[in-house]
Design a binder for this molecule. Structure first.
Ligand code: ADP
Ligand code: TRP
Length: 324
């Protein structure tokens, strides 16, 4: 079973990304062959600084490794290290109806967020289909928002199979984790970069402590009174990091009263800080050893290119791009 997923290098990772994507991707490396890539061609659709793109790409590789991705088990690479993906995207584009792309939410969402309409944003699902089909992926772990792109991928793969005869592409399955709850942001909306309400996975202790202390929204219940547990952002976040006993104890303390929000936030910070301790230490080592990170990416790219070359030899032949 081959799992493949891509993550855009669009900035500092937050705990929503961790619990919604990274954690389960890392767990899957034990269950099959994992191919994970940093979607830097995709990120170009919304980013215009070469420096930022380069730094974010390396940072995301570091974050993945710090969070437990094991390069002995999983293949980690940058999308741009396998430029064949663009050729496949072009081939898929030739069978991709405009109507299919016009129906995709992601383009409309990006335009609504103020990005200027361009061809790459519009054609994004064809490149994503190429990402998946190039590596003969069986299952693609993604968030719900990407489900439609998996449908486009299956559609395009089916069209090529029908048109050129036979099993040229496998039809990949989306692996959508229904159990992953949406992680709330510091203001209670969904945690997202676009809302500026994130709690980063990594960062300096003091500012992060301050972020939790100052930014988490609470009501004005006095210290001595019982506090609502329903809809509590502190409790929802604490549950992610604390043991079940610690969590129950905080629920009970809310119900009893006599403990202020300041203390709850302090407890939340400690649990969060402890939860990512190992990852943070690993990250510090990786930052100090950039050659190791580059080697991982270069080994991953070599492995990914082997797969890509096999697919492209087959595809170029069946669609008539070779003649000897
Ligand atoms: P953002 O909303 O911050 O821009 P992305 O859209 O880049 O995040 O998400 C990358 C991955 O992280 C996706 O798989 C997405 O489902 C997951 N993810 C992002 N935010 C959350 C959240 N608040 N709760 C759960 N998963 C999330
Ligand atoms: N579109 C995905 C996102 O924005 C990232 C991505 C690009 C991806 N190519 C992929 C995910 C292939 C899974 C498979 O989150």
């Amino acid at each position: 079973m081959r799992f493949l997923t891509g993550l855009q290098p669009s900035g500092q990772l937050h705990i929503g990304n961790y619990f919604g994507a990274i954690k389960s991707a890392v767990e899957l490396q034990e269950k099959g062959e994992a191919f994970y890539f940093i979607a830097n061609y995709h990120a170009m659709t919304t980013m215009d600084s070469a420096e930022t793109l380069r730094n974010n790409t390396i940072d995301l590789a570091i974050d993945f490794l710090a969070c437990g991705l094991d390069p002995q088990k999983a293949v980690l690479f940058a999308q741009s290290a396998v430029p064949e993906v663009n050729e496949l995207a072009w081939i898929l584009s030739t069978v991709c109806p405009m109507g299919l792309l016009e129906r995709c939410h992601s383009y409309k969402d990006k335009i609504a967020k103020g990005f200027s309409p361009n061809h790459a944003l519009f054609a994004y699902p064809a490149l994503m289909a190429a990402d998946i089909l190039l590596y003969n992926s069986d299952a693609v772990p993604v968030g719900k928002d990407q489900k439609q792109h998996l449908e486009v991928t299956r559609d395009l793969a089916g069209k090529i199979n029908d048109m050129f005869g036979g099993e040229i592409f496998k039809l990949p399955e989306a692996l959508i984790s229904e159990v992953t709850a949406i992680v709330p942001g510091l203001d209670g909306q969904k945690m997202s970069k676009s809302y500026g309400n994130t709690l980063p996975i990594f960062g300096e202790e003091k500012p992060l402590r301050k972020l939790i202390n100052k930014k988490i929204v609470t009501d004005a219940t006095p210290l001595e009174s019982p506090k609502p547990t329903e809809g509590s952002i502190i409790l929802a976040l604490y549950k992610l990091f604390a043991t079940p006993e610690q969590y129950e104890e905080m629920v009970a303390a809310h119900q009893r009263g006599g403990v202020g929000y300041g203390q709850f936030k302090k407890d939340l910070f400690e649990a969060y800080w402890e939860y990512f301790r190992t990852a943070r230490e690993k990250r510090a080592w990786l930052v100090a050893n950039p050659d190791y990170v580059k080697q991982v990416l270069s080994d991953g790219a070599a492995r990914a290119r082997e797969e890509a070359a096999k697919t492209m030899t087959r595809v170029r032949e069946v669609v008539g791009l070779t003649w000897c």
